[in-house]
Design a binder for this molecule. Structure first.
Ligand SMILES: NC(=O)CCC(=O)C(=O)O
Length: 297
């Protein structure tokens, strides 16, 4: 067995189709979680903004408050759906993400959750790098018009399996988060994300494979299904990549579930063959190894 992964398991990534009705989105997400669990998934991932359409104009209307924890059902129906679905299916759920309203500051965040098979919240991650881009004639999106950024690296210990790194969509473009999680022992990096039909074909798969290759870990990227009636056209292509940067599973743009076996021996085999982990020259780049990092396990 791998030193990083205590037990092999099956991951299921739900490329969810959601619309404007939050109640329907939650009921549908729950059904798909049950389906993934029935198919044998032990860790189940939902996409970015699974309870709402993706867009700055929607975030305030769909936002939920998750403090104090646990929140009331009225304050956060999404939190309660995820918690009960995890307990019902005896799985870990990376329920990611929803727009969050912090009551004290009235700030909005893009927030992902991890629940354990008892339905208890293990961790949250607030998107740390906001999606602010402008590619003339193609896409302009300024998440920071509405959202505030989170401020930590999130590493979550799944007691049965080991540590995962969790970040959201645009966060994947910042290899530092991935690198820190991997250095701290994560065997898998999970990115719920909603790339679009401009940047998706350019960089989605490249980002997933690059984070896997650099760190010799598994990478899972989970997108919403594409809805061409929506204001934002998600790329889809939910995928799982292994530590050698091979694509193990990749969906098209429609609703579906991607499954892959996460096998600790593949991490060891990859690192044995190309031993980056013993070859790093932190004497040459000490700022990378010694940077002060805020992270949570
Ligand atoms: N939701 C997002 O953060 C989108 C990120 C994206 O499309 C990208 O190209 O990066």
């Amino acid at each position: 067995m791998s030193t990083l992964l205590k037990k092999n398991f099956k991951i299921g990534l739900i490329q969810l189709s959601s619309g404007s009705d939050k109640q329907k989105n939650l009921a549908h997400a729950r059904e798909k979680v049950l389906e993934a669990a029935k198919a044998g998934a032990n860790v189940i991932v939902l996409p970015e903004c699974f309870n709402s359409p993706y867009g700055c104009q929607y975030f305030p209307d769909y936002a939920e408050s998750i403090e104090p924890s646990p929140p009331s059902k009225e304050d956060s129906p999404s939190w309660h759906m995820l918690s009960s679905a995890a307990a019902e299916t005896n799985t870990y759920i990376v329920g990611a993400s929803i727009p969050e309203l912090e009551p004290k500051t009235k700030k909005y965040f893009n927030t992902a959750f991890v629940f354990n098979p008892e339905g208890e919240l293990l961790a949250t991650h607030r998107k740390t790098h906001l999606f602010d881009i402008d590619i003339p004639g193609k896409i302009k999106f300024i998440e920071s018009d509405v959202l505030s950024a989170g401020n930590k690296v999130t590493i979550v210990d799944l007691p049965e399996y080991g540590k995962i790194g969790l970040a959201i969509c645009y966060d994947v473009r910042f290899p530092e988060l991935a690198m820190i999680a991997a250095r701290k022992g994560a065997f898998l990096l999970v990115y719920p994300g909603a790339f679009n039909t401009t940047t998706g074909p350019m960089h989605w798969s490249l980002q997933a494979r690059a984070r896997a290759m650099d760190n010799q870990v598994y990478v899972a990227m989970c997108s919403p299904a594409r809805d061409t009636e929506a204001t934002y056209h998600a790329y889809g292509h939910t995928m799982v990549v292994n530590p050698n940067a091979d694509v193990l599973a990749e969906l098209e743009e429609k609703e579906d579930i991607a499954y892959a076996d996460i096998d600790g021996s593949k991490i060891d085999e990859t690192r044995k063959g190309i031993p980056l982990y013993t070859q790093r020259r932190f004497d040459v780049y000490p700022d990378v190894s010694a940077g002060k990092v805020r992270y949570e396990e």
